[in-house]
Design a protein around this ligand. Structure first.
Ligand SMILES: O=C(O)C(=O)C[C@H](O)[C@H](O)COP(=O)(O)O
Length: 315
């Protein structure tokens, strides 16, 4: 509907869907720091830091009624992330993960088998209500991994419907074999989800390990062939590949590597930098540079989430 002159434009809205967990990360001297993180929340966190105020960034998951679930919702709300559509499960609690580091490269141990978030697609109406009105829907392979078969079908349908209704759908395959029953189901569901996305943001090392892609270009081509109009293949801080509208991939040189302290959140923060730039009018090359600049900061920090006030200069 046309707006009367001078009327404020309604806010644009991103909805990120997935699981936020209690995070235990290194604090030095054998101590552990408790935070909150999870790939889709990490991207929402950095999107909130980067996007102007006329964008709403909302998160959809399911949490428990336990004190840590309460603290998690407060944590998101205090950061300016919308939590209004997060339902509570009466008997399940928030999941937990711990970061182990070897030369700055992270690996994760999870306690999330019965987390509340696993039920996020059990109620179709609730999910649909959360997605309604979103300009961008953001989902990852981890979101897919934590659901049961019915939940996966529900979320895949929602992605397809939202896309048909004009919501842009962005997807990071974020391959986590530990969360899947076997590699074949992981690869099948990841491709089904990617086939319902406009923007796909895979990481080449994971894709090479699980899909056998011999090059960055091959990863880009594979996802473009599934129907994504925009595929940006991340590459651990090195040169990346971009495929637009099914055209042959081009290689984008990256501006230089940094020595990481903890790579947790590198991919998620890159996605936020890239998407925030794309949503505010940058071309994919500029957006890649923004994503890279943010991820280069994040890997110099322990844990997935850097405080917003340390990101001021990136806005
Ligand atoms: O593994 C999960 O389920 C999590 O959500 C924990 C982590 O916060 C992200 O996985 C970090 O993701 P990267 O940006 O790829 O380092």
């Amino acid at each position: 509907m046309p707006q009367p002159p001078g009327a404020a434009r309604p806010p644009k809205r991103i909805l990120s869907v997935g699981e936020c967990m209690v995070e235990m990360s290194h604090a030095g001297d054998g101590l552990w720091r408790q935070g909150f993180a999870g790939d889709t929340l990490n991207t929402a966190w950095y999107l909130r830091a980067l996007l102007p105020e006329d964008w709403a960034v909302d998160y959809f998951t399911v949490l428990g009624t336990d004190p840590l679930s309460e603290a998690m919702v407060r944590f998101m709300r205090d950061a300016g992330i919308g939590t209004g559509c997060i339902p509570r499960h009466p008997d399940r609690v928030a999941g937990l993960y711990m970061i182990s580091l070897k030369d700055g490269e992270r690996s994760f141990t999870y306690w999330r088998d019965r987390s509340a978030a696993r039920t996020l697609a059990d109620d179709t109406t609730q999910l649909q209500a959360a997605v309604e009105g979103a300009d961008l829907l953001y989902v990852s392979g981890i979101t897919m991994a934590i659901l049961n078969d019915d939940g996966r079908t529900t979320l895949l349908d929602r992605m397809a419907k939202s896309r048909a209704e004009g919501t842009r759908v962005a997807f990071d395959p974020n391959l986590r074999p530990k969360l899947w029953k076997d590699a074949a189901s992981m690869c099948r569901v990841i491709e089904e989800a990617a086939a319902r996305a406009d923007i796909v943001l895979p990481s080449h090392d994971d894709e090479a390990a699980h899909f056998g892609d011999a090059s960055l270009g091959e990863t880009a081509r594979r996802y473009a062939a599934l129907g994504a109009g925009e595929v940006l293949v991340k590459n651990g801080g090195g040169a990346m590949a971009l495929s637009l509208a099914g055209a042959a991939p081009v290689i984008l040189p990256a501006p230089g590597m940094v020595t990481p302290l903890d790579t947790t959140g590198a991919g998620d923060s890159f996605n936020a930098g890239y998407l925030a730039a794309r949503l505010t009018g940058c071309d994919p090359h500029q957006a890649m540079l923004r994503g890279h600049a943010l991820a280069a900061r994040v890997v110099r920090h322990f844990g997935a989430l850097m405080p917003h006030d340390r990101l001021d200069t990136l806005r």
